[in-house]
Design a binder for this molecule. Structure first.
Ligand code: SF4
Ligand code: SF4
Length: 71
């Protein structure tokens, strides 16, 4: 098992703080819009190391770490 970050797209307000916090540069803005008109982030799970820095930075508690099976 490995820990990976997942976003609740509806909670994301496109502030970008998590992007600046990620040491693996694996977060970017999606091209789609959520129901509030923001571009939510998307996370490259191949690169994510589950450090949780993005979670600490998010003012809207939009990111959680989940246990996932190793690919
Ligand atoms: S858990 Fe760490 S590596 Fe994964 S997206 Fe968040 S900051 Fe980046
Ligand atoms: S810090 Fe939270 S609200 Fe801001 S872009 Fe990242 S997930 Fe979205």
């Amino acid at each position: 098992m490995a820990r990976k970050a997942f976003v609740d797209e509806e909670r994301c307000k496109e502030c970008g703080l998590c992007i600046t916090a990620c040491p693996k540069s694996c977060i970017s803005f999606s091209s789609k819009l959520n129901s509030k008109g923001f571009h939510p982030i998307e996370i490259d799970h191949e690169k994510c190391i589950g450090c949780g820095f993005c979670i600490d930075m998010c003012p809207d508690t939009a990111i959680e770490l989940w246990e996932v099976a190793e690919a």
